[in-house]
Design a protein around this ligand. Structure first.
Ligand code: NAP
Length: 264
């Protein structure tokens, strides 16, 4: 089975499409003819992107300004997605904190779990019944190489991404026989235009980064082929292997020390 072809009625949904990898995913899908539902909190940025992609690719782009970490705001979106013809759902919105939990804002840590893990589960459950009934569809989950290992000084993020990594790869095994593709994007560092990245970015050597546009292209290609996992870039692949196959007591020490620097 391949992904559903774009039609006037169906939509590809991209969460977290007001910046970074989400913008690149939205543009990649628009360039392949998919009309979009763009989701994030910053409505002005979503409207700008919707206009740009509509003008450039002649698609339709709808905007939903929703705080996905807020269950009350998320519920109407989930209901809408359950009722519409969703060809592709890209669960991409996510945020991270760096540093010791003892010094972090605990309410924000709770929001991270809700956004990075619970919302991904929730929106996937919303679109799956229709995809299964149709026998086609695609779900992309943006996890992280950080989800492969314990990372002190990044505990909530790493654990939330352990959920997304495992969720996507497990679901893929179940959905194969229903014609629904599920792919995990589990990157290491991806360079985006997000100004917040500069602070962390300066502490990571330049050669480690891959671009968001490249990441989006290989990710949508992979989703079309129902590939299990996409890890863009050689360095990220190395980090990913170390995370998956290295002894957790050692990776925890090494990654914890590196993330301590990012948090300082
Ligand atoms: N870039 C990397 O190096 C890297 C590496 C590994 C994994 N990832 C993962 O890739 C995904 C995208 O990351 P990125 O680097 O592109 O980050 P980014 O530029 O910060 O984008 C994050 C996106 O998520 C949205 N978002 C944040 N909080 C939200 C909320 N409460 N409700 C709805 N939307 C929300 C943001 O929009 P608003 O602020 O407008 O809501 C934004 O569109 C994330 O899941 C991240 O964990 C990134």
């Amino acid at each position: 089975m391949s992904l559903p072809a774009p039609t006037a009625d169906n939509r590809a949904v991209v969460t977290g499409s007001s910046s970074g990898i989400g913008v690149a995913l939205a543009e990649e899908l628009a360039s392949r003819g998919y009309s979009l539902i763009l989701v994030a909190r910053r409505e002005d940025l979503l409207n700008e992107l919707a206009k740009k992609l509509t003008d450039r690719y002649g698609i339709t782009a709808e905007v939903r300004a929703v705080d996905l970490s807020n269950r009350e705001q998320r519920a109407p979106l989930a209901k809408e997605l359950a009722e519409r013809d969703i060809a592709i759902l890209c669960n991409n919105a996510g945020v991270a904190t760096f540093g010791s939990l003892a010094k972090l804002d605990l309410d924000y840590e709770r929001d991270i779990m809700e956004l990075n893990a619970v919302a991904v589960h929730d929106l996937s459950l919303a679109v799956l019944p229709n995809m299964v009934e149709r026998g086609s569809g695609g779900i992309l989950v943006t996890g992280s190489a950080a989800g492969n290992m314990p990372i002190p000084n990044n505990a909530t993020y790493a654990a939330s991404k352990a959920f997304t990594n495992t969720w996507a790869e497990s679901l893929r095994g179940e959905m194969k026989e229903h014609g629904v593709h599920v792919t995990l994007l589990a990157p290491g560092p991806v360079r985006t235009d997000n100004p917040d990245q500069e602070e962390v970015g300066n502490k990571i050597p330049e050669f480690i980064w891959v671009t968001a546009a490249h990441t989006a292209k290989i990710t949508i290609d992979a989703l079309a082929r129902n590939k299990m996992r996409v890890v863009p870039g050689l360095i990220s692949k190395g980090m990913s292997l170390a995370g998956q196959f290295g002894p957790r007591s050692i990776t925890s020490l090494v990654a914890g020390a590196a993330y301590k620097k990012l948090g300082s």
